[in-house]
Write a protein that binds this ligand. Structure first.
Ligand code: UFG
Length: 324
């Protein structure tokens, strides 16, 4: 059992990881400013409402318990929005993290699992993408995550802060057992938007069908959020056992186009998804698929729910319960 501080634990991936860690027997405290996350995502008595920009509050929290490690999710996450609001993305994702890292150093907490993203690769030369691929983000979001990765690399070398960096591909699905799932406000992610289109009849816009992919729509590597949670637990175990810093892709290695995701959603729900073709979205690379062999081989991780239909079924189950 370890004492873990989870920043952003009221958000989508953070909450699923928090529930997973609690089931494994860890003692988890969540720090979240609730700007995007939800109180109802966090089990009773675990939530501290605070902002990473509030250094005194961070110091007080870190002084209140001897945390063995931090898992750092708290960040702004929408690729398209980051293109319109670059300043906010650098402020939240970089300045907020530097504040956290300084507070950790002061409190003597020397292990961190960091939420990074496939967006650090930008538009890759080829897929599947290994961790060694060139890092050339095409959005402020991806750049903000890369800046933190760079800082963590130097802090490992200069001050012994050990990190596991997980570069997530497209998280989806839900843990309906725990009653949690994906609910962003406003929603920008594809799968919940498909359900919204089914419920309201308002078509979802497919962002471009003229990419150089088989059906012209963007290809992504969808990974079940519970499998992402187990990747965090594996990374944490590695650090707690004294393992060295490392970077891992977290995806299944299977790519699906937007059209294929729409077809899968229709199969699972038994409903027609209304959709229209729109313009490309800024910052969207055509194809992102992970080579996740490093995570599998070095941390013994394996996705329990690798099938897209099963991912969508769990998301639909959550969405249906939410809408009664
Ligand atoms: N899409 C549409 N219409 C929509 C919404 C999305 O066509 O209304 C398309 C996007 O263009 C993209 C795919 O569906 O091709 C998935 O888009 P999401 O917005 O669901 O997810 P992103 O790929 O933009 O981003 C997600 C996370 C990022 C992460 C990235 C890694 O939000 O944090 O996956 O691949 F970096």
């Amino acid at each position: 059992m370890a004492r873990i501080l989870v920043t952003g634990g009221a958000g989508y991936i953070g909450a699923h990881t928090t529930h997973h860690l609690l089931r494994l027997g860890h003692d988890v405290t969540v720090a979240d400013d609730l700007s995007k996350g939800y109180r109802h995502n966090v089990p009773d008595g675990r939530l501290q409402v605070l902002s990473l920009h509030d250094r005194p509050a961070l110091d007080a929290l870190l002084a209140s318990a001897r945390f063995d490690a931090v898992i750092h999710f708290a960040a702004s996450i929408a690729v398209g929005e980051s293109v319109r609001e670059a300043e906010a993305y650098f402020h939240n994702n970089v300045a907020g993290t530097l504040n956290l890292l300084a507070a950790m150093r002061q409190a003597g907490v020397r292990k961190i699992v960091f939420s990074s993203t496939a967006a650090v690769y930008g538009d890759p030369d080829s897929v599947p993408i290994p961790e060694t691929a060139p890092l050339r983000p095409v959005s402020p979001y991806g750049e903000s995550k890369l800046m933190v990765e760079t800082a963590l690399g130097w802090m490992d070398r200069c001050s012994g802060l050990r990190h596991i960096i997980l570069r997530y591909f497209n998280a989806c699905g839900a843990d309906s057992q725990a009653g949690i799932g994906e609910e962003h406000q406003p929603e920008t992610h594809l799968i919940p938007l498909l359900f919204q289109a089914i419920r309201t009849g308002n078509p979802v816009t497919v962002f471009g069908d003229d990419y150089a992919t088989a059906d012209g729509t963007c290809i992504r590597d969808y990974i079940h959020v519970c499998d992402l949670a187990s990747a965090h637990a594996a990374g944490l175990d590695h650090l707690l056992a004294g393992g060295p810093s490392a970077i891992f892709n977290a995806g299944t290695g299977e790519g699906h186009s937007v059209r294929q995701v729409i077809e899968a959603a229709e199969r699972i729900t038994g409903e027609k998804v209304p959709w229209v073709i729109g313009a490309r979205r800024d910052g969207d690379p055509p194809e992102l698929v992970a080579d996740s062999s490093k995570l599998r081989n070095q941390l013994g991780w394996k996705p329990a729910i690798p099938d897209l239909d099963d991912m969508i079924a769990s998301a639909w189950d959550f969405d249906s319960r939410k809408h009664g």
